[in-house]
Ligand binder design. Structure first.
Ligand SMILES: Cc1ncc(C[n+]2csc(CCOP(=O)(O)OP(=O)(O)O)c2C)c(N)n1
Ligand SMILES: [Mg+2]
Length: 344
């Protein structure tokens, strides 16, 4: 048997979630899951090229954090595992799918592909193929909010930035340098480490001297919390606290969400390194099933309502595929367009 790190417990009875909020979280996670399943199908049918990294299993992290923010106002910085962060941030599924198909109607105008989702309108700062590359960019976004508010006296500049990255990225120098500056300047930012135990084939405990990443916050005088990343209510609760702290000007938070990817590193990975026992331990903690069961148990929803959400989302995704398929390729004569901001 694998020895798993003990997941922090969360007492769901302490949250006062309404039916509407519960269904919103359920719908957002379902969108993430079904979108990625469709992506796998389209990838194997040869509709998209390059590496494609799916997010199955980690949905509670994207949903729990981004739904605690103000989508479209607050900023989100992602990694190469970025489709679901884009969806949670409000980028329409058809624009994400079209981007995956390399079409001109994609959110990055077909120039980015899977690892480079971007949307100025939705304040999605990307999509970064390089590990940890989004971390300092996110700090820049948080810095400009603070600067506009405190120096330029713009009262409306209270935006918070969420920065997502993996356990592997937390061993990169950019993580440490950025945490230092963010804490020093009390930036309105939330660092969200999605600790899924693996960096491609490198097990987290083999790569880091202190596997409990949230503890690294303390040396920067920053609040650090660990959370069960398979429990969206738990993630949502810590995220709400972190967002409130950032918005009040009390500085950053490092959230370590203990989670797991249900598929290989990318769709090109045969996923042979992770043990069956380990996978089973985590598969039984499916975040969508967990929230569904909770909503039914609390009489906030019944099975039929949950099924109706799944059907509605499936239609959204099927429409996204039709949209992507029927969209035009970018025009080669416009290769140099959209390189600079003025080309928006
Ligand atoms: C700077 C850099 N080094 C190495 C790589 C190759 N690489 C791609 S993904 C990855 C693993 C990162 O793991 P983690 O941060 O835990 O994220 P996860 O894939 O688990 O979401 C590595 C080493 C890269 N893309 N960029
Ligand atoms: Mg990882």
């Amino acid at each position: 048997m694998v020895q798993e790190r003990t997941l922090p417990t969360f007492n769901a009875t302490t949250t006062q979630i309404t039916k509407e909020e519960g269904l919103r979280l359920y719908e957002d996670m379902t969108l993430g899951r079904l979108f990625e399943d469709k992506c796998a199908e389209m990838y194997y049918r040869g509709k998209m090229f390059g590496f494609v990294h799916l997010y199955n299993g980690q949905e509670a992290v994207s949903t729990g954090v981004i739904q605690a923010m103000r989508p479209g106002e607050d900023f989100v910085a992602s990694t190469y595992r970025d489709h679901v962060h884009a969806l949670s941030a409000g980028v329409p599924a058809k624009e994400v799918m079209a981007e995956l198909f390399g079409k001109a109607t994609g959110c990055s105008k077909g120039r980015g592909g899977s690892m480079h989702m971007f949307s100025a309108k939705h304040r999605l700062l990307g999509g970064y193929a390089f590990v940890a590359e989004g971390i300092p960019v996110a700090a820049g976004a948080a810095f400009q909010s603070k600067y506009r508010r405190e120096v330029l006296k713009d009262e409306t500049a209270d935006q918070v930035t969420a920065c997502f990255f993996g356990d592997g990225a937390a061993n990169n120098g950019q993580f440490f340098e950025t945490l230092n500056m963010a804490a020093l300047w009390k930036l309105p930012i939330i660092f969200v480490v999605e600790n899924n135990k693996w960096a491609i084939g490198m097990a987290h405990e083999r790569a880091t001297s202190q596997p409990e990443i949230y503890k690294k916050a303390s040396v920067f005088n920053m609040v650090g919390v660990e959370v069960d990343g398979m429990d969206v209510l738990a993630v949502h609760t810590v995220a709400q606290e972190a967002v409130a702290r950032a918005r009040k000007g009390e500085g950053p938070t490092l959230i370590e969400a203990l989670t797991y990817r249900f598929r290989g590193h990318s769709l090109a990975d045969p996923d042979e390194l992770r043990s069956k026992d380990e996978k089973e331990f985590w598969f039984s903690r499916d975040p969508i099933k967990k929230l569904g069961a909770y909503l039914v148990e609390q009489n906030l929803a019944d099975e039929d309502e949950l099924k109706a959400i799944e059907r509605k989302i499936q239609d959204v995704i099927d429409d996204a595929v039709k949209f992507a398929e029927s969209s035009p390729e970018p025009n080669p004569s416009e290769l140099y367009r959209f390189v600079f901001a003025e080309d928006e």
